[in-house]
Each structure stands twice: as C-alpha cells, then as structure tokens.
Write a protein that binds this ligand. Structure first.
Ligand SMILES: [Zn+2]
Length: 347
C-alpha cells in the first residue's frame, strides 16, 4: 500500500480523469424506469401508453395547433415512371417545409395507392433520396455508398412518396444541427420534437393526395432518417408499418460509447426508456429494423441482443410475426430489396 492511499478516504483511492468513462459509469448505474420487463407482459397496452406519453413529454414544447398546410407546387417534372412535384407546405404559422412529392404515372385518383413517407439522414436533405442529381460523380459520392435513393425507388415501384427536408438540412439549413439543438433546448423545445411535428404534418399532406389510400401508409429512412422514422411512427398512428434502417442498438452503443450529432438526443431519455422499448412500443404495427453487419456505427452483437428485447415486446403484443431484424451484409446503407418486400407484405 503506498503512502497516498493510506491517507485518502476509500472512495478516492482511484481517481478518474476521463469524462467519457464517468458518463459510461453513470449510464451503467441507471435502469430505465419504463423499461419493458416481465411484469408488463399482461399490461402491454398500458405500458405502451406510458412510453408514448413519456417520449412525447420529452419532445418538449410542441406547436399548440395545426395550421392549414397551404400546399404550393413550385415545379413539376416527368421522371421516368413517375411525376416529381417540388412542393412547399406550412407546418407552423411561421415555418414552412419544402418537399418532393413523387406520384407514379397512371395512378387513379380513387384513394387506393399505397404511400411512403421517406425521411432522409444527415447530408444534403431530400434531394439525394429522390436522386435529383444525375451527374455520375454526385451519384458516386452521395448516393451509391449509402444506397440512398430509396424515395426514387419506391416511386418507381408504384408508391406515392413524400420526401420532405428535415429542419437543418437541404433548403432549410441556415442553422446547423448543433445550433438548432442549443437554441431549441434553451426555448424548451427539442430538434427531435419539432422534426416529428413536421413529419406528422407531412403525413397530413401525403394522405390528402387523391391517389393515396390513407390506410396504406408506410414510413422509412436511413440513419437520422431511421431515428426520425422511429419517433414519428411511435407518435403518429396513421403510419401502418415502418422500416427503420441504420439506427438500432441500445442508447449506450449508439449515443454514449460513440457520441453522435446532438440533434438526435432527447434530454433525460435514458432515465425512462432505451431504444428497444421505443421500437417495441410501435407494436403491434409491423416494424422492420435494418442494420448492415459492417456498419461502423453499431456493434452487431449488441444489435442482435437488443433486438431480442423488441421481439419479446412484440410477443407480449401478440404480434411476433410483425417484427423482423434484417441484418444484411453491408455498411451504413439502406437495404432496399428487403424494405420494399416488407412494405408489399404489410401495405
Ligand atoms: Zn444532426
């Protein structure tokens, strides 16, 4: 025993100067108070209601009323098998969202077509998932590595697709994610909350299209688009099925071991739930979770372990056949083939 430890209180024998280790230590000592457990199996609907209520509270202050979307078509183009409209619509009295609306040619205006709300990840916003650019260099740099043009592909496969910009991206990126996070937090709001509000207003616009069957609505996205899909699907019950791509593990793996962009953090979230709980609270609506097995952002073993928890929750909801993990050979990218198969099956 050295001289110093003889004179120090027991609790101070080992000093830690790593703040990251400190954060991990705090996290490991916390059990989420609404985490799903065996005791919730018989009261699944009540548990789900509690999770939804808590997550919605953590969104912070949301707009108190809906405004008329006042959809305006900015331009319209024929793109192969579909018509692409650039539109803008209001989400608050003082804010509007630009989007692309893709409508397959030949659809009847009889409210029968399936529709997809396609949400983009970090990057250049809606333009890349809609494959606006045709320059091979742009395709090679921004789209092919992520197999990112899912909005375009769903439209080619007969779905009416709405792809809005999320605040902080594309045409509405005058503040960065970090600037948005700090200002929103200061004002009692969160970036996640306002983006979910905007996505729900996008659903309003999508289901009002004369071609769309409002009962055949899906939601999907990669990376932040996966996060956006998870929270929006949890909140908006009009979404019948979802595919969350490149955003599943536990909070420690995704946000604490590898700290990421602040825009996706909800203050206090880990005190109450972890990601498998949020995904599970989507039950019994069909949910596909995709992760590339060489995606450097997530640990495959943890993804598989945490998915068991989601499956357990779906079992409690008597919906075991409505949840699946698509662990495919790939990096941080979208696996379109299994996603479209999922939507064909459930929409
Ligand atoms: Zn961000």
């Amino acid at each position: 025993m050295n001289k110093e430890s003889q004179t120090m209180p027991k609790s101070q024998k080992t000093r830690n100067l790593s703040f990251h280790e400190y954060v991990k230590d705090v996290e490991s000592s916390m059990r989420p108070s609404l985490g799903f457990s065996a005791k919730h199996k018989k009261s699944f609907p009540l548990w789900r209601q509690d999770v939804r209520k808590k997550v919605t509270e953590l969104f912070g202050d949301m707009p108190t009323r809906k405004v008329a979307p006042r959809v305006k078509v900015i331009e319209q183009r024929s793109v192969g098998s579909y018509i692409r409209r650039k539109i803008v619509f209001d989400v608050e009295s003082n804010f509007s969202i630009p989007a692309y609306l893709l409508i397959p040619k030949g659809l009847k205006k009889n409210r029968s077509a399936p529709a997809i709300l396609a949400l983009h990840g970090h990057g250049r916003g809606k333009r890349d998932i809609c494959r606006i650019d045709t320059d091979p260099r742009v395709l090679q740099q921004f789209i092919r590595p992520l197999r990112y043009d899912y909005a375009h592909r769903f439209a080619n496969d007969g779905y009416v697709v709405l792809a809005p910009d999320a605040r902080g991206f594309g045409e509405i990126s005058d503040l960065t994610c970090t600037e948005m996070y700090t200002t929103m937090t200061l004002l009692g709001k969160t970036v996640v909350g306002i983006r979910v509000w905007d996505a729900m207003r996008a659903v309003d616009v999508l289901v009002s299209q004369p071609e769309v069957d409002p009962k055949r609505l899906g939601c999907t996205g990669l990376s932040w688009g996966g996060t956006h899909t998870m929270y929006t699907t949890l909140t908006d019950k009009r979404i019948k099925t979802a595919c969350v791509s490149g955003y599943f593990s536990d909070i420690k793996d995704v946000l604490i071991d590898y700290p990421q962009c602040p825009c996706q953090y909800l203050p206090g979230l880990r005190k109450f739930v972890d990601f498998p709980d949020i995904m599970g609270a989507i039950a019994p609506r069909p949910l596909l979770i995709q992760n590339g097995d060489i995606d450097a952002l997530y640990c495959v073993e943890i993804v598989q372990e945490e998915f068991k928890k989601v499956a357990e929750i779906y079992k409690a909801a008597r919906a075991s056949d409505k949840v699946a993990l698509d662990l495919f050979y790939g990096a941080h990218e979208y696996n379109y083939e299994t996603a479209v198969e999922w939507f064909r099956r459930w929409l």
